[in-house]
Design a binder for this molecule. Structure first.
Ligand SMILES: NC(=O)c1ccc[n+]([C@@H]2O[C@H](COP(=O)([O-])OP(=O)(O)OC[C@H]3O[C@@H](n4cnc5c(N)ncnc54)[C@H](O)[C@@H]3O)[C@@H](O)[C@H]2O)c1
Length: 277
């Protein structure tokens, strides 16, 4: 997508962090934006902070773990702006824990938001983008945690690996109907992601954040992460360049190379065992 002017974008998780920054970047580039989030008050405050009038910006309360809610938000976007060209499936939450101790209701919660939330966005909006015939673009927010895994955050990694694989498949499918796909894979970004585990179903209302070293480390990394505005500018440039993967961190590059090397070593060892090398 070369030109954002007069395009219509739908952004989830738009009340905070990366979604808010992407909404701002798109508005500044001339797009009209429907901002969607589960946090109604935060959404209103975020939209107001951007300072655009109602002809350019809309808000819709939407829970991405509920397909009906996403469909309703899609309809609200068409009602407000007539069509949609850009979909940012960005809303997400964090969850860690030691395997064997993570409540299944929490697993379902993070999977429903981080992975199925993306699927619902694609299923709702692809037919709408296809219908107007002007082409479109989908950006799914995964994470560097969708390419490399570390101890402590298995549910988060599992959902983000799913988003990367899904986006790779989507890119090949949707190219045929002139819809581009990128998958956003940042490392740490300044946002509120480190607090989202407080919303997990098993949270203790008196003390909702898990008291573990993983969350303390995450808070520290996020607070020292890159600016969401810098990342948002990179997202728009990457859409113009039609990059499938969007990365930001020079240091994390080596981790992906390390993972690929480990895969190849086991691959070669298996082929050797089979007498096929
Ligand atoms: N911050 C980081 O370091 C980082 C790094 C890599 C990837 N990410 C990913 O970026 C995305 C955005 O997160 P962020 O860092 O801006 O965090 P954030 O917490 O600042 O923003 C996330 C937004 O999503 C909304 N949200 C949560 N559950 C929702 C639901 N069910 N339906 C609709 N909206 C919902 C929240 O209300 C919030 O406004 C997430 O997918 C996250 O996994 C973040």
């Amino acid at each position: 997508m070369q030109d954002f002017n007069n395009k219509v974008a739908f952004v989830t998780g738009a009340a905070s962090g990366i979604g808010l920054a992407i909404s701002k970047a798109l508005l500044n580039a001339g797009a009209n934006v429907m901002m969607a989030d589960i946090n109604a008050d935060g959404l209103q405050a975020a939209a107001k902070s951007l300072g655009f009038d109602d002809s350019r910006i809309g808000t819709v309360v939407c829970d991405v773990k509920n397909a009906e809610s996403v469909n309703t938000a899609a309809k609200a976007t068409i009602d407000a702006f007539g069509k949609v060209h850009i979909v940012m499936n960005n809303a997400g939450v964090g969850l860690g824990g030691f395997p064997g101790s993570i409540p299944l209701e929490d697993w379902r919660w993070i999977t429903d938001i981080n992975f199925l939330g993306v699927v619902y966005g694609v299923e709702a909006f692809v037919p709408l983008m296809q219908a107007h015939g002007e082409g479109g673009y989908i950006v799914n927010t995964a994470s560097m945690a969708g390419h490399i895994a570390a101890p402590g955050m298995a549910p988060y990694h599992a959902t983000k690996f799913a988003v990367v694989g899904y986006s790779e498949a989507l890119a090949q499918e949707l190219e045929k109907i002139n819809i581009g796909v990128s998958v956003l894979c940042p490392t740490w970004v300044k946002s509120n992601i480190h607090n989202t585990a407080s919303k997990r179903p098993s949270a203790d209302p008196e003390s909702p954040m898990p008291n573990s070293k993983v969350y303390q480390a995450m808070k520290n990394f996020v607070e020292n992460g890159i600016s969401p505005d810098v990342l948002a500018d990179l997202v728009l440039k990457s859409m113009q360049a039609k990059r499938l993967y969007i990365f930001n961190d020079p240091e994390a590059k080596a981790f992906i190379a390390h993972r690929s090397k480990a895969i190849m070593e086991d691959y070669d060892a298996c082929l050797e065992d089979l007498g096929l090398s």
